[in-house]
Design a binder for this molecule. Structure first.
Ligand code: MV4
Length: 467
């Protein structure tokens, strides 16, 4: 096992990794920007180094600064967390070239999954179900039309270098296909520096269900079951849960096996997530693979008892992972995560950095809060707005929802607006309570008007009866 590692991240995920290190007797080195001098991750680590000014491009995204920090402090490995450099193949390669271990998959695996068209082709070849559409990229709208006629309209034009919802265009018919094909290519070129696009049949109101996987260097691979992440807004996840209310044991096993095929197809090692779209007929399709630990990993930890960060450290150090057989991984109960962001849910989720005068997180049985907040902390404007993750556990989904309601009531954040009122509304919402969550849940059942009516106690104007 490593004796000392560097954490190339900030915020709650840096704390999460530091905690795992402490439990495993590994020394931790934090890096921080000028904006994060007073942050908990810099205080909780065994050592902390400033790596640059507030803008991420000059600090948390600076490969030379981070690698220098690791070498100066005598670290053996680097944990990238999520975001920043976590899915940057060049960084994984640079870490390795400096004689350090990257705590994550190989640079090759990151690269192969980074191009969504290549990933899709790889998955098709491996027998993982993919949405009907093009094999690889499409170069002209004539070629796009061939595929669109084959699978039927509407279709989606997706950027190969995109992911996470950026650079997608729907085309309802042939006329739209021609105009949107060019628009999608132009948009992709501007956003990602590559105009490569591919075509898929457009699925109406799918669920987002993803499989957590772990694989070690000894040839062991398991899936830690799924998370349902359908409660999103503009491709930002807000609530995630495990298991998915939509999966039967048979469907779960089939999706788990598909995720294992994905792992084997790219010789994947370490923790990863295979994302699927689940349609209303119970069919699932590969969407993309995330080659990092995800924000929502705690819900999986709560229902499986597996410490995913500790497993990442074991795997990267060359040890076998703790749970090597699929039968060793058991699902127990239900967990839901609520992302508490420094955003105003009554004003388009506008980010709202500022000082938190009072931070009073909930506690008690079945409640976990992963957060880097404290009373008096000032949220800087430079980074993402995640303040805390509230994770509740219950023996059943109903118990988890009841516990969530209780824990959200206890949670007090004074000083800046947060997404707490949004979550308080959602846990009372009937579709959410029944587990009927699709990717359009927020726009359909949790609009600004719905949340405002809930907060003010004044009923929203009647919705149009026809819609
Ligand atoms: C889709 C889709 C419907 N049909 N692909 C959005 C994120 C990106 N990774 C892929 N996304 C989608 N791909 C087909 N063929 C609908 C979405 C989608 C979505 C997916 C997951 C979670 C939320 C979403 C919100 C809007 C659209």
């Amino acid at each position: 096992m490593f004796s000392k590692i560097l954490i190339a991240n900030r915020g709650e995920i840096a704390l999460r990794v530091i905690r795992a290190c402490k439990e495993m007797g590994i020394l931790s080195v934090a890096v921080f920007s000028d904006a994060d001098r007073d942050s908990l991750h810099a205080r909780m680590a065994d050592e902390a180094l400033c790596i640059g000014p507030a803008p991420a491009a000059q600090s948390y995204l600076s490969m030379p600064n981070i690698i220098s920090a690791a070498r100066i402090t005598g670290c053996e490995a680097v944990h990238p967390g999520y975001g920043f450099l976590a899915e940057n193949a060049a960084f994984a390669r640079a870490v390795g070239d400096s004689g350090l271990t990257f705590i994550g998959p190989s640079a090759d695996a990151i690269e192969r999954m980074g191009d969504k068209a290549v990933a899709r082709q790889t998955m098709m070849a491996a027998g993982v179900p993919c949405v009907p559409g093009s094999v690889g990229t499409v170069d002209s709208s004539e070629e796009a039309l061939v595929f669109a006629r084959e699978v039927g309209f509407p279709v989606l034009i997706k950027a190969a270098a995109g992911g996470g919802g950026k650079g997608m265009r729907v085309a309802a018919d042939e006329r739209e296909l021609h105009s949107n094909f060019t628009a999608a290519k132009t948009e992709a070129a501007a956003a990602f520096g590559s105009d490569q696009v591919y075509i898929e049949k457009y699925l109406a109101r799918p669920r987002h269900v993803e499989m957590q996987v772990l694989a070690d260097t000894h040839g062991h691979a398991v899936y830690l079951y799924e998370r349902d992440c359908s409660v999103q807004r503009r491709h930002q996840k807000l609530i995630e849960e495990a298991p998915s209310p939509a999966l039967t044991p048979e469907l779960r096993a089939a999706m788990g096996e598909a995720a294992m095929k994905a792992v084997r197809a790219v010789d994947y090692v370490n923790a990863g997530t295979v994302e699927f779209l689940l349609d209303h007929d119970g069919r699932f399709y590969f969407m993309e693979m995330n080659t990092r630990v995800q924000v929502e990993h705690p819900v999986t930890e709560q229902v499986t008892g597996v410490d995913i960060i500790q497993e990442q450290l074991r795997i990267a150090s060359g040890e076998p992972m703790k749970h090597v057989r699929q039968e060793d991984v058991r699902l127990n109960g239900h967990a839901i995560e609520f992302r508490i962001n420094a955003e105003d849910p009554l004003h388009n989720f506008r980010p709202h950095p500022g000082t938190i005068d009072v931070f009073n997180p909930p506690g008690g049985f079945g409640v976990r809060v992963d957060s880097h907040m404290y009373s008096g902390y000032t949220v800087p404007p430079n980074y993402d707005s995640l303040l805390a993750k509230l994770i509740v556990w219950g023996e059943t989904r109903g118990e988890a929802v009841a516990r969530a309601r209780r824990a959200l009531d206890e949670f007090i954040i004074v000083g800046i607006p947060t997404t707490l009122p949004f979550h308080q509304y959602v846990v009372e919402e009937e579709h959410f309570q029944r587990g009927e969550v699709y990717t359009d849940f927020v726009e359909r059942y949790a609009t600004t008007e719905d949340v405002r009516a809930f907060v003010t106690g004044v009923p929203a104007a009647e919705k149009e009866a026809s819609t």
